[in-house]
Design a protein around this ligand. Structure first.
Ligand code: IPE
Ligand code: IPE
Ligand code: MG
Length: 242
């Protein structure tokens, strides 16, 4: 089995503190963070990661001051527009998960264009979670199942983990093997609640703008030494029951 994680999910946290430590406005931290994102996407592709899911804006981030929300969404839009050509050239397929209906039509159009333009690419799946919440994802999956029950497609008792998984935003992908959170907090902050059930969790104090290609490789190397059991026993101990 390959030791390179097939799917990596990252909470890119610590932009504000990075800027604060330098006496800069939080916006400068977000701009610096965008550079880290670029480096990590490139490195993920180089080391053979197949899918990378990045948390860019949570359903709770709307609670931030309006000016910061504007900075984040402007930067998000400009980054998509600026990067889509080189992502395309590098074989990256871009897609977005989250409740995009709250965004401006212009931003929604750019997102749809970027998805359409890169949809045949196969080197790396880059999934950006925006206005995303793990609870929202489970709720929309439950609604979708309820609609099918009402339509007589199947019975409530036919609903199982596999059926629910098929309605989750990341249903196209294997679940994340490796989860990374930068910025020192040890929490999930309503990211992929369903999908992280058996992911290896890697936390680092490094702030996102300081997280570079080497930091990503360090996390991937840490993953290579995990023993994943999924509730079973490791291969070496399976025999000892006799
Ligand atoms: C992560 O950095 C970016 C987003 C949440 C959009 P923060 O803005 O949360 O930075 P800190 O945690 O305040 O340092
Ligand atoms: C999580 O970071 C969301 C993103 C990185 C997009 P937050 O900074 O919003 O999380 P909390 O508030 O520390 O839990
Ligand atoms: Mg934060």
């Amino acid at each position: 089995m390959s030791t390179v994680p097939e799917h990596v999910a990252i909470i890119m946290d610590g932009n504000g503190r990075w800027a604060g430590a330098r006496g800069l406005p939080r916006a400068a931290g977000h701009r610096a963070g965008a550079q880290s994102t670029r480096a990590v996407v490139e490195t993920a592709r180089e080391v053979g990661v197949k899918a990378l899911t990045l948390f860019a804006f949570s359903s709770e981030n709307w609670q931030r001051p309006k000016a910061e929300v504007r900075v984040l969404l402007d930067l998000f839009r400009r980054t998509i527009r600026r990067e889509v050509a080189s992502l395309y050239d590098n074989g990256v397929r871009l897609s977005f998960i989250g409740e995009r209906s709250h965004f401006s039509t212009a931003l929604q159009d750019d997102m749809a264009d970027a998805e359409a333009r890169t949809r045949h690419n196969q080197a790396l799946d880059l999934v950006i979670a925006v206005d995303y919440g793990g609870r929202w994802d489970i709720v929309q999956a439950a609604r979708s199942l309820a609609r099918d029950v009402l339509a007589g497609e199947f019975e409530p008792d036919d609903i199982d983990a596999e059926r629910l998984s098929a309605r989750m935003s990341l249903s196209r992908f294997a679940t994340p093997d490796l989860f990374i959170r930068t910025g020192g907090e040890r929490r999930i902050s309503n990211f992929l609640l369903w999908d992280l059930a058996y992911s290896e969790l890697y936390f680092t104090d490094r702030l996102w703008p300081d997280f570079d290609a080497d930091s990503f490789v360090e996390a991937v190397n840490w993953f290579a030494h995990r023993e994943r059991r999924f509730g079973g026993l490791p291969a070496t101990r399976r025999k000892s029951l006799g």
